[in-house]
Design a protein around this ligand. Structure first.
Ligand SMILES: Cc1cc2nc3c(=O)[nH]c(=O)nc-3n(C[C@H](O)[C@H](O)[C@H](O)COP(=O)(O)O)c2cc1C
Length: 369
């Protein structure tokens, strides 16, 4: 289990079919409830602290079936003891009053183990299909920010009033309030300027796509500086598709096979759809703005973080991520249960060892000063 100075690990819940790479390579991963319960139990046993569910309303890009995120999160929580499950919530389909009440109840049922990931929408086709309006990019974030402010108000205050552009509350009191204090943890996903600014004002956690340490550092410094000016603190989670094998050659061969067997048509359609999301913003900083075809074979640019190699190489790169300010690695795997187990046995102990060495070195340096 991690302590508060350690980097934290989360994994993507495969509640959507097709796995996490848009490729015809064999993926021994299943979207069923039974598989997910076994996965969650394995993950909490080997040291993962969080699991993240996805929300998708329609099929596309290999994801033919999609279980709903909040009910699926609760299903996993019911069968685990320690893991926190982060449920994806999409403002638009979800309204803050219902989300606040539903999540407060789940918080009671699970003794404070639910969290949420507020996502602002990237897939226009799905909004059209379910009859939801599609505000332009920055307006989607304006709505998400009001959504988060509403949740926080409802979860922490009695007689809550709010007069926003998208949501209004008048003297509203939720009872019971959530178990978690001050409130249920709030994550958000997205990397554009609007996403970063929202994180620096209201979110507890900022989730971003995979990227190189240099590019991640720019984002993190930017967000932390802004958050400081707003008297707010925000933690950082980074996506990575992890391929850990006994040798570097084996790991690289798996990556090459994933890409060689990419479903080209699906990746191209996905690429087109991302133009409606982060790639569409003028400043060009959003998710997928700079993604290549190969990057897009993993939905959230997870190859870019380069946690691909031997356990030692991966552990060293994770500790480098921690040094630039990353608090959590959000991991995806090809064969989920087997690889979560391998990661827990081979990689995690090395990470903890390196972190302990680093802490000792910092302490010795402080004593010398
Ligand atoms: C870790 C992570 C998880 C996400 N999960 C979902 C999801 O479950 N459903 C969804 O519609 N969008 C999801 N998104 C997409 C974002 O909410 C957002 O729409 C997209 O990243 C584009 O945002 P940007 O323009 O700010 O970069 C996720 C993004 C990240 C980084």
């Amino acid at each position: 289990m991690s302590n508060k100075n350690n980097i934290t690990f989360a994994y993507w819940v495969p509640n959507v079919s097709g796995g996490l790479v848009v490729s015809d390579i064999e993926q021994r991963t299943d979207w069923s409830y039974d598989y997910n319960v076994r996965l969650a139990q394995t993950a909490e046993k080997v040291g993962f602290d969080y699991a993240l569910t996805q929300i998708r309303f329609t099929a596309g890009y290999n994801a033919e079936n999609q279980h709903e995120s909040v009910s699926f999160s609760h299903g996993i929580l019911a069968k685990t003891e320690r893991l926190k499950v982060i449920a994806a919530i999409l403002p638009g389909p979800w309204k803050p009053a219902l989300a606040a009440k539903q999540l407060a109840t789940i918080d009671h049922l699970t003794n404070g183990r639910i969290a949420i990931n507020v996502v602002s929408g990237w897939f226009r086709g799905e909004f059209d299909a379910i009859g939801e309006e599609w505000p332009e990019h920055d307006q989607r974030y304006a709505r998400s920010e009001e959504f988060i402010r509403s949740l926080k108000g409802i979860w922490t205050q009695n007689n809550f009033s709010f007069d926003g552009k998208y949501y209004q509350f008048k003297d509203y009191t939720l009872s019971p309030k959530p178990v978690q204090k001050p409130h249920i943890e709030i994550f958000q996903g997205g990397s554009s300027r609007a996403a970063r600014d929202m994180a620096s004002r209201v979110s507890d956690w900022y989730f971003t796509n995979g990227n190189t340490p240099e590019e991640l550092k720019k984002q993190i410094d930017d967000i932390r500086e802004k958050a400081k000016a707003n008297n707010h603190t925000v933690k950082i989670g980074v996506n990575a598709f992890i391929i850990a094998r006994d040798t570097e050659e084996e790991a690289q061969a798996v990556l090459q096979e994933i890409i060689a067997k990419a479903n080209v048509q699906a990746v191209k359609s996905f690429s087109d759809a991302t133009r409606e999301a982060g790639a569409a913003t003028a400043e060009g900083e959003g998710n997928w703005a700079k993604s290549t075809f190969e990057d897009l074979v993993q939905y959230n640019d997870g190859f870019r973080t380069n946690l691909i190699g031997t356990p030692q190489q991966i552990a060293e790169r994770i500790v480098e991520l921690k040094k630039i300010g990353v608090d959590l690695v959000l991991s995806g795997f090809l064969h989920f249960i087997e690889e979560v187990e391998y990661f827990g046995q081979k990689v995690l102990p090395l990470v903890r060892e390196l972190e302990a060495q680093q802490a000792t070195a910092v302490q010795q340096e402080a004593e010398l000063v």
